[in-house]
Design a protein around this ligand. Structure first.
Ligand code: ZN
Length: 204
C-alpha cells in the first residue's frame, strides 16, 4: 500500500473487511442507497487503522498553516466512530491532543465531557471516519466555534456525499477516498425497491 493509500487501495481494504457493502439500504433519514459503509469494521484491524490514519495525516501535513501550528493542534472527533482516526492522525502529526463529543440520544445536542474546555483561539482539526450527511460535523464545528475555538481543517477517511451533504468550503477538506453511491429520496423513487431487491435498514 502507498504511504497515502490510493482510492482503489482504500476501496479494496473496505470491501475485504466488510466495511463497504453492496445491496439495498435504507438510512434513518429515509434515503435509499445501493451501498453502505461502516468504517468501524475496517478499523477493527490495527494495521488498517494505522495505514488509513497515517495516510490521511500526510494529506493534512501538506497544509502549511496547519503544519505551522501542529504542536498546539487539537484533533477532535464528533463521535466515537472518529476516534481510531483521531488518535492515528494525532500520533502521526505529533499534534497536541485528542478529544471527542458525545450525545445522549439522536435528538440531544452534542456536548463534551465535564471539565473539558477549549482555550480561546484553540486550533482544531475536525476528523471523522466518514463524511456522509455532514450533520454531526456541522453541529460540531458550530459548537467548537461557539466556545472560542478555530476549526482549521476537516479530514475524513471516506467522503460519501449524499444529495444533502453540506459544503464546508472554504475550510480545507481532506479525504482518502470518495465513494459515489446511488441515492433515492424515498422508496417511491427507488429503482431497487421497484425491482424487489431485499431492503436492509441501517442504524446510522
Ligand atoms: Zn429502495
Amino acid at each position: 500500500m502507498h504511504l497515502v493509500p490510493t482510492q482503489e487501495e482504500v476501496v479494496v481494504l473496505l470491501e475485504k473487511t466488510g466495511a463497504l457493502r453492496k445491496g439495498h439500504f435504507e438510512y434513518p433519514n429515509g434515503l435509499h442507497s445501493d451501498e453502505y459503509l461502516q468504517v468501524a469494521l475496517a478499523m477493527r484491524y490495527f494495521q488498517y487503522q494505522k495505514a488509513l490514519s497515517v495516510g490521511l495525516s500526510r494529506l493534512v501535513r501538506a497544509n502549511p498553516e496547519i503544519r505551522a501550528s501542529v504542536s498546539e493542534l487539537s484533533v477532535v472527533a464528533p463521535a466515537t466512530g472518529g476516534l481510531p482516526v483521531a488518535y492515528g492522525v494525532c500520533e502521526a502529526l505529533r499534534a497536541h491532543q485528542v478529544y471527542w463529543a458525545e450525545q445522549e440520544s439522536e435528538n440531544e445536542p452534542l456536548h463534551f465531557r465535564q471539565y473539558l474546555e477549549q482555550v480561546p483561539g484553540e486550533k482544531v482539526l475536525l476528523v471523522d471516519d466518514i463524511l456522509r450527511s455532514g450533520k454531526k460535523l456541522t453541529e460540531m464545528k458550530r459548537l467548537l466555534e461557539s466556545k472560542g475555538a478555530e476549526v482549521v481543517g476537516l479530514a475524513v477517511v471516506v467522503y460519501q456525499p449524499t444529495p444533502r451533504t453540506p459544503d464546508f468550503s472554504p475550510l480545507p477538506f481532506y479525504y482518502l477516498a470518495k465513494l459515489d453511491a446511488r441515492y433515492y429520496a424515498d422508496s417511491a423513487s427507488c429503482d431497487l425497491c421497484r425491482h424487489g431487491v431485499t431492503l436492509e435498514k441501517v442504524w446510522v
